[in-house]
Ligand binder design. Structure first.
Ligand code: GUN
Ligand code: ZN
Length: 440
């Protein structure tokens, strides 16, 4: 299927503009804010972002201009860890990760042997991303190659920038979900050749987690990651203490859970590790030294009782951080609600996260973690025009609170703590409107 066309010729949007050029935790001047701003796009890319008064004269006559005055335009959110096949089982209760996997996750993922089901769920999942302002996600499919085709077909048809991969899993799971060491990696190579860099699609080699891949599969997956260094790699690490004990029993000679992945050559740029709660100081240093990235999954970690991500330790080690929903362990598709819970998790660990930092982590922080800075995540000239329109008047309470905020920081806090899909007035991908709240 050919992707939907991007709009040609310049197009302009008037609103307050916010985007980031650096991490607010590291630099004072990390963000660019234009209260009365103008965003100009052309051929699906950012042409300019700045003050309306300065830029309006640069527009050729008859340039279409959409007036979003009173609203905020920010880069599209980036969700660096989520599972599309778990959409229909979101909010499934269980006493912890391992029983949750056995009771709900594996039976749900079994249904993805049916390509019609795959297409139906992929389409609904992508609709949810867009109505929540998420324009890029790193997505787990299931063990079935058809589940990957269904996801990429749905994403490519809408010309979205998405990353996804086939789950590799050849042991310690029900037989109906097992691949084999060689078969799983062969299928992954076929999918890389079919989808990686096909339009805006990118492939992630996806061993589910160390307990469900044999040594042989881990070895082959690591070799595949080295053979295709510009692909992504995604997996789970150090999420839950029962999982940690299980990994210790499976790999008694490994220094740590993370060390299992390092032994198989999986720590590298474009490797995204979900959770990273129960890491130690050596692990954190290895994450930073290898440019491996972390997907912080706050709603999931609270829902499954997994633990609290340690921001102070992660920042001290200079780890590369990003935010993620981890649907369906996570309880919301909304990156605003994910910011809300991330803020509280950090608070409980003694770290006060600013709203600016939360918005950075959900935009440029994600892009940097994925080595996609300059492509997505901010409004630098030439970047892809993936952006969203936030509405501070979305609900009576949000409107009332927003009207009484005294600073950008307070306004962003109100959006992060009170906002959800209702606060996303519109979502644009490659310069094209892919969600308009008024049309729903
Ligand atoms: N660890 C292994 N598989 C999964 C999964 O599907 N979700 C979460 N949250 N953790 C996992
Ligand atoms: Zn996950």
């Amino acid at each position: 299927m050919t992707p939907a066309p991007t709009s040609a010729g310049p197009t302009a949007y008037r609103a307050s503009l916010l985007h980031f050029t650096a991490d607010p935790a590291q630099t004072q001047h990390a963000h660019d804010w234009h209260e009365d701003g103008l965003l100009i796009t052309e051929n699906g890319h950012i042409k300019a972002a700045g003050d309306y008064a300065k830029l309006k004269h640069t527009l050729p006559p008859d340039t279409p201009l959409t007036d979003y005055s009173g609203k905020l335009i920010v880069p599209g959110f980036i969700d660096t860890h989520t599972h599309y096949p778990q959409t229909d089982m979101i909010t499934s209760p269980a006493p912890g990760l391992l029983p949750w996997l056995q009771t709900y996750t594996f039976p749900t993922e079994r249904q993805f042997s049916d390509p019609l089901h795959d297409a139906d769920v992929a389409s609904f999942f992508i609709d949810q991303l867009l109505r929540n302002g998420t324009t890029t996600a790193m997505v787990y499919c299931t063990v079935h190659p058809a589940s990957v085709d269904a996801f990429f077909e749905a994403s490519h048809a809408r010309n979205l920038r998405m990353v996804a991969g086939k789950v590799l899993m050849d042991r310690n799971c029900p037989e109906f979900l097992q691949d084999t060491a060689e078969g799983g990696v062969r299928d992954s190579a076929t999918l890389i050749n079919k989808w990686h860099k096909h339009g805006r699609q990118l492939y992630a080699i996806t061993p589910r987690f160390a307990p469900t891949s044999s040594d042989a599969q881990m070895q082959l997956a690591g070799e595949l990651a080295q053979a295709y260094p510009d692909t992504y790699l995604q997996t789970h690490v150090a999420e839950n203490t029962d999982e940690l004990a299980w990994v210790k029993s499976l790999y008694p000679s490994a220094r740590s859970y993370l060390d299992v992945y390092e032994r198989f050559g999986m720590l590298r740029p474009r490797a995204m590790f979900g959770h990273c709660i129960w890491l130690d100081a050596v692990d954190r240093a290895r994450m930073a030294a290898t440019q491996s990235a972390t997907a912080i999954c706050a709603t999931s970690n609270l829902f499954l009782g997994s633990g609290l991500f340690d921001f102070a330790a992660a920042d001290a080690a200079q780890m590369s951080l990003s935010l993620a929903t981890d649907v369906g362990g996570g309880t919301s598709f909304s990156m605003l609600q994910t910011m809300n819970e991330t803020y509280k998790v950090a608070c409980l660990g003694g770290t006060h996260l600013s709203a600016l930092r939360l918005f950075y982590l959900a935009t440029l922080g994600g892009a940097r973690s994925m080595q996609l800075e300059g492509t997505i995540g901010n409004f630098q000239s030439g970047a892809e025009a993936d952006f969203i329109v936030l509405d501070p008047q979305a609900t009576p309470l949000l409107g009332r609170r927003s009207a009484r905020t005294d600073s950008l920081e307070e306004l962003l806090f109100a959006l992060a703590i009170l906002g959800d899909d209702r606060a996303i007035a519109a979502t644009y991908s490659a310069g094209r409107c892919v969600h308009n709240r008024e049309d729903q």
